[in-house]
Design a protein around this ligand. Structure first.
Ligand SMILES: [Zn+2]
Length: 225
């Protein structure tokens, strides 16, 4: 028996998706888990025969728009629906992406988004490199933890004002191992959670490593004559 397409919508805001199943109850349960806190009574489930052909492939967003679905563009955040042609002069046939994935209003918007994302990654890498240079100047023999994940390892969070070319370094953190370390990497970090006043860059280490790190810092301090 082939899979059939069902439109499952949460009843308050009518958000939902197309689910493929052999029986409507299976689709309804899957949809309820994703959109209705697991409550079958919170969702409505209806057959969507037009989507049957997309079983196992993903439903193209532009086809879904023709059947009344709406999306938010992942690039520029406009509403993608049947009115976008008159409101934004963008044809529905140019919509990119599939339901359950990332949807863009047009190819140009997706390209812009990708370009901006690549630029952000470059800027993040540059910020991390700058911080490594500061640490290296103070502690020449530490080992940077490029292998750690973004929560324990190197991390940069940059923001950019609308229309500005300047990236603001909101949060930078580099992780490193030092001689005598027992528990985990130490960090050199800067964050601007406090909106007023200058941002602070500082060193931190795990509680159990505090003595070891202080001893190491003392031993490596340059003696000024
Ligand atoms: Zn867009």
């Amino acid at each position: 028996m082939a899979l059939k397409a069902y439109a499952v919508l949460e009843k308050d805001e009518y958000t939902g998706d197309i689910f493929f199943a052999k029986h409507s109850i299976v689709a309804a349960k899957t949809g309820a888990n994703e959109y209705g806190d697991g409550e079958l009574s919170y969702v409505q489930c209806r057959r969507a025969p037009w989507a049957d052909v997309f079983a196992g492939k993903g439903v193209p967003a532009k086809v879904a728009v023709d059947h009344g679905w709406r999306f938010e563009c992942s690039g520029c955040a406009i509403t993608i629906d049947q009115d976008m042609e008159s409101e934004h002069h963008l044809p529905v046939s140019g919509v990119i992406g599939s339901m359950h994935g990332t949807v863009y209003c047009c190819a140009r918007c997706k390209w812009r988004r990708m370009k901006k994302e690549a630029r952000r990654q470059e800027e993040e890498a540059a910020a991390i490199d700058d911080f490594k240079a500061i640490v290296r100047a103070r502690f020449p023999d530490v080992e940077f933890c490029d292998d750690e994940d973004q929560f324990r390892g190197n991390h940069a969070y940059l923001t950019r004002s609308w229309g500005s070319r300047f990236w603001h370094r909101a949060e930078i953190m580099v992780a490193f191992r030092f001689p005598g370390m027992a528990i985990g990497p130490a960090h050199f970090r800067m964050d601007s959670h406090h909106k007023i006043g200058p941002t602070n860059a500082y060193y931190t280490c795990c509680n159990g490593d505090r003595e070891a790190f202080e001893a190491y810092a003392k031993a490596t301090r340059k003696v000024v004559h």
